[in-house]
Ligand binder design. Structure first.
Ligand code: HEM
Length: 400
């Protein structure tokens, strides 16, 4: 069986035809990704859901199956950030449920609706600072800093710490090869120590945001400081870049489509379905985290061996005609839209309400302020980021 390739510009530009060929082969096929190598990937919505729900046959932590911890794959990572591999995204079963219960409870105390006025204020302040040049890098000026500020706000971090934190987190956006990834991880080391100081403050009481809410949770008492540091770091990593690229993609799509622009400019329009359709259609996270097959098994008619690697194909599911009519067409009013852009099952995205709110706020405020905004040239090229479908910075002309 030949392995399909997913990181080529041709695939990233128009994945529909290649995904249809994969689906015609089987609900689970071989794909080849840089760093990861050859792995199984699901090609249908039903197979992705079945895989992500099945915590017995498919596990994220390879150690019990292969005897090798996940961190051994990433030997080049500094010690300070290795605990990330035992965190929320890469744990299974009871360990994951325990972590997830604590964060879910803390999230329930911090309403995203309550953050909306601050998010709008932040978006406006960033747009006020757009340079008065012909071409504006809207990714650098808005799409990147706004989600960063949103996570700081969610966690309850002071605005005066943002510049320091940003300098440490921003190399993550440039992780297109091993040296750059190693450098980005090295820069993150100090952030774990920073979170420790915030945890200590929260334990003394009165810390705002999610950090304060977590410290107040009874169930969080079982968690070590390292668990909490890792949790905050995971929120930073999972919640920042994802939203950056949702915004980048959406601005490119709207700037190039007058029907979308008109809809967004209508003050009575509900932009929620448009944001969800962007998530489905672009599927910026093309695949779930890597899982390991825990036992020899037949899955969706395909024989898998204990120790094989497998991922849920989220983009493939989101373009599956058995789930979505005309899946390769962006339909701003698509309803229902049960996409897997936020994943599925026990690890479904924790921050989906925040990500959606950021997109609604930024897109409406940007295009209502600059209704004639267009791209300054053709859409930017693709970044080489394993498993992601994300573009380089978007440069626009604000006044057409
Ligand atoms: C809007 C853009 C976003 C997209 C497209 C997105 C997508 C996803 C996806 C696909 C997963 C599941 C990955 C898997 O199963 O391996 C996930 C998990 C997660 N997301 Fe998001 N996300 C977004 C925004 C956010 C935000 C704003 C936050 C934080 C405030 C966040 C926090 C998380 C966390 C903590 C997880 C791991 C949950 C777990 O393992 O239990 N995400 N996200």
């Amino acid at each position: 069986m030949t392995a399909f390739r997913m990181m080529t510009p041709a695939f990233l530009d128009a994945p529909g035809p290649a995904l249809a060929r994969m689906r015609a082969e089987a609900p689970v096929v071989r794909v080849r990704l840089p760093v990861v190598g050859d792995t199984w990937m699901t090609t249908t919505d039903a197979a992705a859901r079945a895989m992500l729900k099945d915590e017995t046959r498919f596990v994220r932590d390879p150690y019990p199956v292969t005897g090798r911890p996940l961190s051994s794959r990433f030997w080049w990572m500094p010690r300070a950030v290795k605990p990330l591999f035992g965190g929320l995204l890469s744990s299974d079963g009871e360990k994951h449920r325990r972590l997830r219960r604590v964060v879910d409870a803390a999230f329930a105390r911090t309403t995203v609706e309550g953050l909306r006025p601050d998010l709008a204020r932040m978006a406006d302040a960033l747009m006020d600072r757009f340079p008065r040049t012909r071409a504006v890098d809207v990714s650098a000026g808005l799409c990147h800093p706004l989600p960063f500020k949103a996570i700081c706000l969610l966690l309850g971090l002071p605005e005066e710490d943002e510049a320091w934190l940003h300098a440490r987190v921003s190399p993550l956006s440039a992780m297109e090869n091993l040296p750059k990834a190693a450098y980005a991880m090295y820069r993150l080391g100090g952030v774990m120590a920073y979170f420790q100081t915030r945890i200590e403050m929260a334990r003394r009481g009165g810390h705002p945001g999610l950090i304060g809410a977590l410290a107040a949770e009874d169930t969080a008492r079982d968690l070590s400081d390292l668990d909490l540091q890792t949790l905050f770091m995971t929120l930073f990593l999972a919640g920042h870049e994802t939203t950056v690229h949702l915004l980048n993609h959406a601005i490119i799509a709207i700037a190039g489509d007058d029907a979308l622009r008109v809809r967004l400019l209508d003050p009575g329009a509900d932009v929620k379905p448009l944001v969800d359709e962007m998530l489905r259609w672009h599927s910026l996270i093309m695949v779930s985290a890597l899982h390991v097959v825990a036992e020899d098994t037949e899955f969706e008619g395909v024989a898998l061996k204990r120790g094989d690697q497998i991922m849920a194909g989220l983009l493939a599911a989101n373009r599956d005609p058995a789930r979505h009519d005309a899946p390769d067409t962006l339909l701003p009013d698509r309803r229902p839209n049960a996409h897997l852009g936020f994943g599925f099952g026990p690890h479904v995205c924790l921050g989906m309400q925040l990500g959606r709110a950021e997109a609604e706020i930024v897109l409406t405020r940007l295009f209502r302020r600059h209704p004639r905004l267009v791209l300054d040239g053709p859409p930017p090229g693709w970044r080489r980021r394993v498993g992601l479908r994300v573009r380089r910075n978007v440069v626009v002309r604000l006044e057409g």
